[in-house]
Structure formats: C-alpha cells, structure tokens
Design a protein around this ligand. Structure first.
Ligand code: SF4
Length: 447
C-alpha cells in the first residue's frame, strides 16, 4: 500500500458546500461525453456475432411520457403526446425489439431481467401495456426472468392499472414518491400528491408484488429538517421492502437550472451537500432502527436475503442490456450504446428500417475493470480478491493513492480482504469515484 495522503484532483478535496449545477451521480463509465457516433459500427459487429452462453441478458424499455415535467427532471420526457402518438412510439419500440431479437447475438437468448423505466411507464393505459408486453414476450419469453421491474408515478395508478401491471409479471414495483409533503411536491413540479401515494401503495401491497420500492429525494426545493423527518417517519411507517434515497442534484437540462440562469444565480435553491448527506444519514438511521439494512449509498432494504436488485447488480457486473426506446442506454458485448435522444428522429430512423443507435463506446478490458470497481464501491464494500480473480488486478496496488487518501480522510477502511467505505464515505461516494477514472476521463464533462 502506498502511504499517499493527497487526492489525485482538487475536485475530491473540495468540500462541496452549496449545490451548483451539474451532474453528481455517476451512472456509468467511461463518461457519456466520450461515446461517439463513429463507434456505432462496433455494436453492429457484436450483433452479427454468435450468441454468448455466459453473459446474462437484460432488456430496458424506455417510456418517455409523464403527466408533468418535474422541475428537477433531466430525463428525456414528453408531457404533450396524445394516444395516437404514444401508440406510434410503442410500435416503433416493438419494431426495434423485433429487429434485435432476430440478430445472431441475441438469438435463442431469454432475458434474465426486464426493466421498464422512464419517464413514467405507468402513464401507459392498460391496453397499451398489455399489447407491448405480449409482443415482447412473443419475441423473447420472460419465463426465465429473475426480475421484472417497473417504475410508477403514484398519481397514474388506479386499481385496474395496478392489477394489469401485476398480471404482466412485474416483480418489482418502484414508486416515485420523492416526498410526502404536498407543498414540496407541488413546488418541485411533481404531478402527484400524498393522498395518491397512500392509495396506490395500499392497493399495490394487497396485490402481492414481490418487491415494492419507494424513491425519496433529500433536499428538494423548500424542504426543511422538520418536513424531511416527517417524510422519513411516513416512509418507515409504510414498511416498503426497499427505499431508494437520492440526494437532489441540479443537472444543466433541468427547469431549476433554467430558472437559475434567468435569475443569474450560481447556487441552486436546494439544500447544500452537507445538509443532504445529513438527511440521508438520518433516514438510514431511522430505517436501521426498525430492522432495515443499508445496502448501498442510496438504499435501505428490509430483508437483504430476499430482496435483490437483479437489474443493478447484473449491469454493474457487465451483463448485456438491450436498450429499447428513445435515449435508452445499453451495453452489448462490452460496447456501451445509446439511442437517438429525441422521439421524432428515433421513430423516423426505426420507420426507415435503420438502427436507432446514435452513439457508442467500445470499452477496453481496463475500462471494464474500472467501471465494475467504481460502480460496486457504491455498495459500500468490495473484495480485492473478486477483482484479482475476474480481472487479474490488485486493486490495493492499482489504486493505492486514491484509497490511501480516502483512508486518511476517514472515507474508507482498507484491508487485504475488504475495502469498506465509512458512512461518511458512502454518503458522498459519487464525488469520490471520479478519482478512479483514467486521467484523460477525469477533467472531462461527465454527460
Ligand atoms: S416523473 Fe420522473 S421522469 Fe417524469 S418528469 Fe418527473 S422526474 Fe422526470
């Protein structure tokens, strides 16, 4: 081990007080800004190669529609599409999926996991959902899927829709709650209110979903210590199987950032980073008191033995992910890929019989190793032996300066069998991860 005490960059040393515009969350590696149109051919090459027998396959279907655009939202979403336009989009997605299913690399493979994300998948009507999922199952049966995850906005759920979601085989229902205070929900642009959360949750529970998750966000506009504590108390009372808690960030393409520009402000009108970390820590502690376990920088789980995150874990370990729909991200045979980012060009390219992929990145073995190391650090603990076996890399030597610095700062404890983040390290893991990027990826814009 090195005795290095300095971080590699000034960014890691910064105390990160006020929330300024930009991406904080590290979702993938190498950064998206390095993905290029010129590398799309590499995906086509993979798709023409024989199907592998040892790589799990997942399918991600993006539903880009929402009732309202939240002020903090940075996803590609549309709030003005009518039923005919939605149907056209779904048909384009099904056509894209059918073309993939016929390629050699995917032939005969069945998904290990399926994920409906958005946007708001629960915005679809029951007939739309049934048509979509029946077709998907015809093309690639889900009978071996360990997880079928579905994101839902509480205000779009009635009993009929929840029953349909259950019937199509969803095992993990993820409710985008974010907060329980109606003024906070309203002032942050959320479409739902607390009464709708109650109703949707109660009925979903009665339907016997294997796994119900609720999402919360710490540090939304107008949140206070008192309101946050009340929200946590409410979430604890509901006893979901799992809770995901994000710290509010303000990327450049959000309504909040646009307002900051208009007002000439640098600091976002949301809680500072220390406050957000303290709030997430408070929530973790409250859940732990009732028997939950902290299983990552963002999650507490009621029963870690039975509640698995198949999508997340498979993806982080290098599974293939087939991305369907506008702006969807995927990973096939070591190549990252993303689809057309706007709905019109997405549908047009599919209708012309062309691929909707608009940028890609062929990862090197070293980049795949770094990716898996940094993403798994978000779980709070990694084993050096795992990386030695899978990649032939001694992480304690390779990352000696970064890890030594993290240990000195009280963010991690290091041992030959385990690298473990302290709670303080876990709560700010995303800003620490940049230190492990290859040098030429460190200073670049992430998205
Ligand atoms: S519901 Fe989710 S995807 Fe839709 S606008 Fe709000 S944050 Fe964005």
């Amino acid at each position: 081990m090195s005795s290095a005490t300095e971080p590699v960059s000034d960014a890691a040393k910064a105390k990160h007080h006020a929330t300024e515009a930009g991406n904080y969350f590290v979702a993938n590696y190498p950064p998206f800004s390095f993905w290029q149109k010129e590398q799309v051919f590499a995906v086509e090459k993979v798709l023409d190669s024989p199907a592998p027998h040892d790589i799990p396959l997942g399918v991600y279907f993006h539903i880009p529609f929402c009732r309202k655009r939240c002020h903090f939202c940075y996803f590609r979403v549309y709030t003005d599409k009518n039923a005919a336009e939605i149907r056209k989009y779904i048909h384009a997605g099904m056509e894209e999926f059918a073309r993939y299913a016929a390629r050699p690399y995917l032939q005969g493979r069945k998904p290990h996991f399926v994920y409906f994300g958005g946007g708001t998948p629960s915005y679809l009507s029951v007939p739309q959902l049934q048509e979509l999922t029946n077709r998907m199952k015809d093309l690639m049966p889900w009978d071996q899927a360990e997880e079928v995850a579905f994101e839902a906005e509480p205000g779009t759920l009635n009993e009929k829709k929840l029953e349909a979601i259950r019937e199509i085989g969803v095992t993990r229902l993820s409710l985008g709650v974010e907060h329980f205070d109606d003024h906070i929900l309203e002032s942050n642009g959320r479409a739902h209110r607390s009464g709708e959360i109650e109703r949707a949750y109660r009925f979903a529970r009665s339907l016997g979903f294997e796994h119900i998750n609720i999402d919360l966000i710490a540090g939304m506009m107008n949140d206070t210590e008192e309101l946050w504590r009340a929200a946590v108390a409410k979430a604890v009372e509901m006893q979901p199987d799992c809770v995901t808690i994000y710290q509010m960030e303000v990327p450049y393409n959000t309504g909040i950032y646009k307002q900051m520009q208009t007002d000439g402000k640098v600091t976002a009108p949301v809680a500072d980073w220390e406050t957000k970390r303290a709030w997430v820590n408070y929530a973790f502690e409250e859940f732990v008191k009732t028997g939950y376990t902290v299983t990552s920088a963002y999650t507490v789980v009621k029963n870690p033995e039975t509640i698995k995150f198949v999508y997340r874990d498979s993806l982080w370990e290098g599974a293939d992910l087939l991305p369907i729909g506008v702006a969807s991200f995927g990973h096939l045979g070591g190549i990252h890929l993303q689809n057309q980012a706007d709905i019109a060009p997405y549908i047009e390219t599919i209708e012309r019989g062309e691929s909707a992929i608009f940028r890609a990145y062929a990862t090197s073995p070293d980049e795949r190793f770094i990716r898996e190391f940094i993403l798994k650090l978000k779980l709070g603990s990694v084993k050096p032996s795992y990386y030695q076996t899978k990649f032939g890399e001694d992480v304690l030597t390779r990352f000696a300066p970064q890890l030594g610095w993290m240990q000195n700062e009280g963010f991690a404890t290091l041992g030959p069998d385990e690298i473990r983040l302290t709670r303080d390290g876990l709560l700010q893991v995303d800003r620490l991860l940049h230190e492990f990027f290859l040098p030429h990826h460190r200073s670049a814009r992430y998205t």
